[in-house]
Design a protein around this ligand. Structure first.
Ligand SMILES: Cc1cc2nc3c(=O)[nH]c(=O)nc-3n(C[C@H](O)[C@H](O)[C@H](O)COP(=O)(O)OP(=O)(O)OC[C@H]3O[C@@H](n4cnc5c(N)ncnc54)[C@H](O)[C@@H]3O)c2cc1C
Length: 373
């Protein structure tokens, strides 16, 4: 994977590709095909398949504080490591050499898991070294964006090592991947530069927590989540994410998100408070892990009705309703699109306001014609 302007990760062909490898790429690449949701369980057109839906948080206050939302993902990982379910976690963390960027890492201790907690709103490629991880064997957990987990599930169709060595997958709701230019804009607004920054956090340490840059001269400059995500990062999200049929980690064993408290407008207020995660177990494996983490007092949860998620995640609900209109714009302009069978795009579109869908269709056509994707 290489970073290309304005700062998105893209696959680059560096040598000959055998027919077998080409077949694996075509099977797994989430730009080509998105893994189907499991239709055998409870299923919702926006929120995907589920066994259990809850809100909750890590019982350990340090994990809850360091986590992006309620630290649920890190709590599940730490529980699985200490219970011996897995021997390591493949996930991402800040690049120590270049702290606004991400690297993929292999964590074997609770402290290492916590060092990777928090959302990192820029390009990540947690599958880039999956070949080495699968060759190593053992029993790992994988944490990735919904598209990463989709790719790993689809890779499992062609590679039996995935089922043998990936004990479970975790994901999160994803509002889309901002370019590196997004964080450069944040740094500029903070009055600093990348080469002056020795540590950078996008979020976490509270809920929602702040973006925070530590500079060489020891200052810590902060920016609210509403300003960093709303004012900068969300404007740098790549086009592929805007047509994503599965931004909710629909094929992960467990997916987590922000269990925002809706404001009077129906949109979250982002007021600082104790972290709270939305937790959805989707598979039998996920449900077993969740149950075991609750039993071990690693996680504390409260049940939640599926309809309540609409109030916590209005942007995700709206976006799913609009995917069909945006994809239709790709089709009439003869652009390629990923195969998205089994992700309930049409069902979500039936709940869309027709005027809004027409507006999204026209806007996407205009963007394609003006090449502003
Ligand atoms: C790009 C992006 C967009 C998001 N959009 C939304 C959204 O629209 N709505 C919503 O509710 N939540 C969104 N989230 C998820 C949310 O911010 C929390 O990550 C989620 O609620 C889990 O919180 P937690 O406290 O349980 O996780 P934590 O305990 O903080 O663990 C987070 C885990 O995610 C991994 N991670 C962090 N950044 C990345 C990355 N870039 N790529 C791969 N793995 C990563 C970490 O390695 C860590 O293991 C987004 C996250 C990202 C990275």
């Amino acid at each position: 994977m290489k970073i290309t302007p304005p700062g998105y990760a893209r696959p680059v062909q560096t040598g000959a590709v055998s027919a077998a490898a080409e077949n694996v790429i075509a099977t797994a690449c989430p730009g080509a095909v998105v893994a189907q949701w499991d239709a055998g369980t409870n299923i919702h057109p926006y929120w995907g398949a589920w066994r259990r839906i809850a809100t909750g948080h890590a019982v350990d206050p340090d994990v809850r504080y360091e986590g992006s939302s309620g630290g649920a993902l890190s709590a599940l990982l730490i529980h699985a490591l200490t219970a011996g379910v897995i021997d390591r976690v493949i996930h991402v963390k800040a690049d120590p050499e270049n702290p606004t960027r991400n690297i993929t890492t292999c964590s074997r201790t609770p402290a290492e898991v916590i060092a990777g907690a928090g959302s990192r709103y820029t390009a990540s490629s947690p599958l880039a070294q999956i070949e080495g991880a699968l060759s190593e064997g053992g029993s790992m957990a994988f944490v990735g964006k919904p598209c990463d987990v989709s790719a790993l599930r689809r890779l499992g169709l062609a590679d039996t090592r995935v089922a043998a060595h990936v004990a479970f997958t975790l994901s999160f709701f994803c509002g889309g991947m901002p370019s590196h230019d997004g964080v450069e804009r944040i740094l500029a607004t903070m009055g600093t530069r990348r080469d002056e920054v020795t540590a950078f956090r996008y979020r976490g340490q509270g809920w929602p927590g702040t973006a925070a840059a530590t500079t060489r001269d020891g200052r810590v400059i902060k920016m609210s989540y509403a300003d960093s995500w709303g004012g900068h990062l969300s404007k740098e999200v790549q086009f592929r994410c805007k047509i994503c049929p599965d931004a909710v980690g629909g094929v992960a064993d467990i997916a987590c998100a922000d269990a925002w408290y809706g404001g009077e407008t129906g949109y979250p207020t982002f007021e600082e408070q104790d972290g709270r995660s939305l937790i959805i177990s989707r598979t039998e494996t996920g449900e077993r892990l969740l149950e075991s983490a609750i039993g071990a007092r690693a996680l504390s949860i409260e049940p939640l009705a599926p309809g309540e998620i609409d109030l916590m995640q209005p942007s995700q609900a709206r976006r799913k309703r609009m995917v069909a209109a945006r994809v239709a714009a790709l089709m009439v302009t003869a652009q390629p699109k990923p195969v998205m069978r089994g992700t309930l795009v049409e069902e979500a579109a039936k709940r869309a306001d027709l005027g809004e869908a027409a507006h999204n269709f026209a806007g996407t056509v205009r963007r394609i014609i003006l090449n502003r994707r």
